[in-house]
Design a protein around this ligand. Sequence first.
Ligand code: AGP
Length: 617
Amino acid sequence: MCGIFAYAGTENAVPLLIEGLRSVEYRGYDSAGISVIDGSGAIQTVKRGDHKSSLSNLAEAVSDRRVSGTVGIGHTRWATHGEVNHTNSHPHSSSNGLVSIAHNGIIENFLELKDELVDSGVEFRSDTDSEVLAHLVGRAVESGSSLRDAVVAAASRVKGNTAVVAVSANEPEIVVGLRVGNAGGIVVGKNDDSAVMASDTIALLPYTSEVIYLEPGEVVEIEQGKVRLFDLDGSPISREPIVTAQNFEAAQKGNYPHFMAKEIAEQPDAVQSAMRGRVDIASGTLSLPELSLEREHFGSIDRVILTGMGTSLHAAMFGASVIESLARIPSIAENSSELRYRNPVIGPSTLVVAVTQSGETADTLAAMEHARSAGAPQAVVLELEGSQATRIADFTLPIRAGQEIGVASTKTMIASMTTLLQLAVVLAEGRGVVGSVQVEKIVEAIAELPSLVATTLGLNGQVSKLATRLSEFEDLLYLGRGAQLPIALEGALKMKELAYIHAEGYPAGEMKHGVNALLGPEMATVVSAPKNDLYEKMLSNISEVKARGGEVAVIATEGDEIVGRVADHVILVPDCPELLQPFVTLVPMQILAYETALALGRDPDKPRNLAKTVTVE
Ligand code: AGP
């Protein structure tokens, strides 16, 4: 997803803008650019639209320091309107050269605005929607408007979620930032010599750990050592900065080859962290202090709708399975982009649980807004506190996995599952479905989770051998049943997003309803079949695949001496209570996709066409 970084201070902004963009490049991008106000007060802009090499090519292009200035903006673009090339990269300048802007979001009415501008004589250079903003702001500044007023006026013409930063030759000491709707956040910070703003907190950490999150409908001016916040009417807003817990060191790879490898390895800690302050092993109790629902409220909940996108949807599916199983409340998990548009029947007795590690996924935020307007009590399970989702939900359930830089979600999924498992127990106990004795037993089991997950990390050897074999296929089928279905779907998603292999996740029971037509030697099948009540059924599915010449890899429970007699490849995971099996089958699925990606020479941290946070629909 697009990244923004802006600087106003005493140093040459050019290298600082490049470094700021490097810290947000994990969000995914295909082009990059910067604009600075040079010593003569003119705006200098340099852009590169070369896909993944854009930022390094941009850094090279400005390394001769011919372009310099102490105020500037930078942008990494994830193309929505207009192909990937230098011209379509941001920042975009106004035709009068007075203004340059960088924009996140989609301008839904850009054709109408573009027509109006072209009719007034403006010549467009790019095919982007964002360029419209540059001309609207530039025209207002030329008419004498301040940059802040011009940005606010331009944003008021735009339909769609917007996050924009702008500089003006008429006010060379400031940068203006504005946020309307949910097009990704803008976070602001300052120190004595400078002020910065960015899409992500991580970019501010070299300057300050005291940050202010712009809320939708707010505009900010930064200049050396100063931050001024306003609402769209121009009234000043005073807001105390918060001290962010994120730290720059944690965001580095350390001795891992990729962020993804580091984050897979961090999963035992992520699980531990998600339990901290909630699971009390000594007393055998479990609580969620952040869920300040009155106990009598628990009884009034007659349905739980969980919602998310991508990996977070798979975590939500696990949540629905475990909540219905333990708390005996009808629970479903639904794709946010579907939930938000189907006019669902949601009311005060529906508990809505959003799952979103970034807290900025546009479709999930929209589904959350819908649930809030329907009066449903709402929780959000997330990593990035301070994100927009925390301002929509009634209760924030932090997963505390720590920054996840790799585009593919790994530790945030297992931490979300850990948090959802605890939510299920709290709901079950709050409704009197389970008593203290059962809770004690569950806590005893959950206490083993970090070491169980740590054990699965040792499967690399078995998994990388299988990965080499799977890398030879163009089509893969993933099968699971019950609580293993979300794990099969997640395994398929990881293989798609990392190895770029077509991989379909399917309920194993669906085999005979069409999938069997696909079976044969040209497609391999990955099956999640730990020892549980559905194991025998899974053995039958494995035999069905084998009977049609398909190659089968199975994730099974250690000590299973049967599955090896029917499957071609077996990955054995630790034996554990059925409630915890999804945690131990998830990790080999992640490692399998990671190792297959390496076998195919893919970059696991920056998969093509993907972004870490999808802030557009
Ligand atoms: C998963 O590996 C992808 N990064 C993607 O599917 C992601 O899970 C999805 O975009 C949801 O993101 P969120 O958790 O930040 O809402």
